[in-house]
Design a protein around this ligand. Structure first.
Ligand SMILES: Cc1cc2nc3c(=O)[nH]c(=O)nc-3n(C[C@H](O)[C@H](O)[C@H](O)COP(=O)(O)OP(=O)(O)OC[C@H]3O[C@@H](n4cnc5c(N)ncnc54)[C@H](O)[C@@H]3O)c2cc1C
Length: 418
């Protein structure tokens, strides 16, 4: 069978692969995207759909390993680490714990803020230019606290965000309740992140895939990568369940699956799947006006005109594909402590997804040292939707050999020896 060839072959049709594809097509390249399922069937489908410069500060702050150890004792905790032995997972966790210091966290926050802010500017522009309707709303997000201790613990982050150029406004309990009538009484305070926005992630990937095809790009569903044919430091062809594909350049955007496939090219990519859950329902009444983060149970609430979603939890349990009922119930229980109407009448979807958690919480974007036509675009963790447009831009400028808007070395795989 003759091989299908394009300027750029993109492995993985999630929000990252599709944004790279669309940006490259807009610049005149020929592009093909392959995915083992339908485009957008991975983590990009049922996530919370928030665009959050407010999340610039990483999880790896001092004290996090101790908190994580305490959470390990609770099966419904917002962060759960399976104690089962798994060499790769434990190596990743130790490496992550080593980075839980102020110096690493400040560096990560700086480079995360830069890509988040760039994406924040680009994404709504692309949606308008491409006519993608995905219920985008620049409505801000509101963190809600019911416990004074947590509120005081988080307070220094407001100043930290200001230093990063991200908006964060401290509110009293009464102001929070006035701003959001869907909340039960009892809020002790909150933080308004006026720059955050939201959209419906399944509609975003649907719209991106449609525009990729309309710009002349090809999307090949049901083509699972099985191996590579390589020569002279180049990846010549990608072997899939639907035959071989090749490209002048290859972009690996396989999200949490990246380490499994990259290992076939002898690349050790330090990403672990950080499993999260969501429940999508009809809109309850009263329904929140903007995205909420219910801080103590760490539940994210997103309401769109077309529906309502509770989501979150972070579980490090390897590539476990089961839907954990305890975690889904924890989302509903968390919401019930904060909202008059925590659930909608009709449940439309119960879902899990794997966040591609890179060990230093900065995405891996750019060429790798050992294969001269391969780039990575992965490891976006909790922020793939929020960083998608700027990732596409960075990949496209690197492929075109143009100076990127962002400082490319900050995201370069070379920083982790790749
Ligand atoms: C509960 C939850 C809530 C979240 N909320 C938010 C949020 O509010 N805002 C935000 O910015 N981010 C959020 N995220 C994170 C976000 O979902 C991810 O960062 C993002 O979707 C990653 O996109 P991706 O394209 O890298 O990966 P994916 O969407 O997972 O895409 C990878 C693709 O690779 C394909 N693939 C895998 N293996 C193969 C193979 N062998 N061959 C071919 N194809 C393959 C998969 O089928 C998949 O389509 C959330 C995540 C979760 C789980």
């Amino acid at each position: 069978m003759s091989e299908a060839r394009s300027d750029v072959l993109i492995l993985g049709g999630g929000v990252i692969g599709l944004f790279c594809a669309l940006t490259l097509l807009r610049r005149g390249a020929s592009v093909r995207v392959i995915d083992r399922g339908e485009a957008g069937c991975g983590a990009s489908h049922g996530n919370c759909g928030t665009l959050t410069p407010s999340h610039a500060i990483p999880l790896s702050v001092p004290g996090m390993p101790w908190r994580a150890l305490q959470w390990m004792l609770r099966r419904d905790a917002p962060l759960y680490v399976s104690p089962r032995p798994d060499r790769e997972r434990w190596r990743w966790l130790l490496d992550f714990a080593r980075r839980c210091n102020l110096r690493s966290a400040e560096h990560a926050a700086l480079v995360r803020a830069a890509i988040l802010k760039r994406s924040w500017t680009l994404l709504p522009r692309v949606l308008v230019e491409e006519g993608i309707q995905c219920e985008y709303a620049p409505a801000g997000s509101l963190y809600v606290y019911r416990d004074r201790h947590t509120l005081e613990h988080d307070r220094p982050e407001i100043e930290w965000l200001h230093r990063l150029g991200v908006s964060a406004i401290a509110l009293g309990g009464a102001e929070v309740e006035q701003m959001e009538p869907a909340l039960l009484p009892g809020a002790v305070g909150g933080v308004l992140h006026a720059d955050d926005a939201q959209l419906r992630p399944d509609l975003l990937v649907e719209g991106l895939a449609r525009r990729v095809r309309e710009h002349g790009g090809a999307i090949e569903p049901g083509a699972a990568v099985r191996g590579f044919r390589c020569a002279d430091g180049r990846v010549d062809a990608v072997r899939t369940t639907r035959g071989d594909f090749s490209g002048e350049r290859i972009v690996m955007a396989l999200g949490a699956w990246t380490p499994q496939i990259a290992s076939m090219l002898e690349l050790r990519v330090p990403i672990q799947p950080g499993k999260g859950y969501s429940i999508t329902m009809s809109r309850p009444d009263p329904c929140p006006r903007r995205a909420l983060v219910l801080r103590e149970p760490s539940v994210c609430v997103t309401a769109w005109g077309s529906g309502y979603r509770l989501g979150s939890t972070m579980e490090f349990s390897g590539y476990d594909e089961r839907l954990n009922r305890t975690r889904l119930d924890a989302l509903k229980r968390g919401a019930a402590a904060y909202l008059h109407a925590p659930v909608g009448d009709a449940v439309r979807e119960e879902w899990w997804g794997w966040r591609p958690m890179c060990v230093d919480e900065v995405p891996l974007i750019g060429p790798v040292k050992h294969w001269n036509n391969l780039l990575l675009a992965t490891g976006h963790g909790m922020l793939g939707v929020s960083m998608s447009a700027a990732t596409g831009e960075l990949v496209a400028s690197q492929i075109a050999g143009e100076p990127p808007v962002l400082e490319a070395t900050a995201y370069a795989p070379a920083r982790l020896g790749l």
